[in-house]
Design a protein around this ligand. Structure first.
Ligand SMILES: [Fe+2]
Length: 251
């Protein structure tokens, strides 16, 4: 399995606080069969999460070296989770923030409570600049919880959606799983931060397999993440809107 979203590169954001915690989470991940991870510290312009990529790469190289000397065989790559901002295009062009594993894919997150319409324009401009958009954990946003078909505005533009493994575990008939069933989702990732939010995918994989079958589940946990690393195009055009009666029962 491949994880494309986590905060286990320690000491940069609200993720792992030190190397020992990072190491432990990564060792657990390796033990359950995760073999590649893209490290994605938060970047939020104007906040304390503003480590730029030249320094991030130094920390990443150092981290990678330590993992190797501690016997970790997981392949690690670097990236960012980018909070939506009108200057993202510029920050990417100037190489101040990172795409995922040096591909053209970017992981973008939004505010939890409000979605200003200008976000659509920012995303569209990023696609014009050649970036492929992955939206982090849509199932956690208030406006998506209220109406999961809010996601159609992204899906119709060709943006890909990533749900968190913990969102799948919370109950059987939940929003994240409903989004998976309706073909909204291209990735499941850990969004690991600490012991409470670990770098784990195995349980989520088996739940998803039960619902959509092994072959389809493999896409979300292995094939699509590998395509990100290889910078190959992923097209999701097989989604269907969620019927109103169904999502009302999810609230
Ligand atoms: Fe995250």
């Amino acid at each position: 399995m491949i994880d494309i979203h986590n905060h286990v590169l320690y000491g940069i954001d609200d993720g792992c606080i030190d190397y020992q915690v990072s190491l432990e989470l990564i060792k657990q991940a390796e033990a359950e069969g995760i073999n590649k991870i893209i490290l994605t510290p938060h970047y939020l312009k104007g906040s304390m999460y503003n480590l730029e990529s030249d320094e991030l790469k130094v920390r990443f190289d150092h981290f990678k070296k330590h993992l190797r000397s501690d016997g970790v065989n997981i392949e690690v790559y670097c990236g960012n989770e980018l909070f939506i901002h009108y200057q993202l295009d510029e920050l990417l062009t100037d190489h101040k923030v990172m795409t995922l594993a040096d591909s053209n894919y970017i992981l973008v997150e939004f505010a939890f409570f409000d979605y200003p319409n200008e976000n659509d324009e920012i995303l569209y401009n990023l696609t014009l600049a050649g970036y492929k958009i992955i939206i982090a954990h849509p199932e956690r946003y208030k406006y998506v919880k209220k109406d999961p078909n809010f996601c159609l505005r992204w899906l119709d533009k060709g943006y890909l959606l990533q749900v968190n493994q913990q969102s799948i575990l919370s109950s059987v008939n939940n929003l994240a799983m409903r989004m998976i069933k309706n073909g909204f989702v291209s990735f499941v990732a850990s969004d690991a931060h600490n012991y409470q939010r670990p770098l784990s995918l195995k349980r989520a994989l088996s739940l998803v397999e039960n619902v959509i079958g092994e072959k389809e589940a493999e896409k979300l946990f292995i094939t699509n993440p590998q395509k990100v690393i290889d910078d190959e195009l992923i097209i999701n055009d097989s989604y269907t809107p969620i019927k109103k009666g169904i999502f009302e029962r999810l609230l």
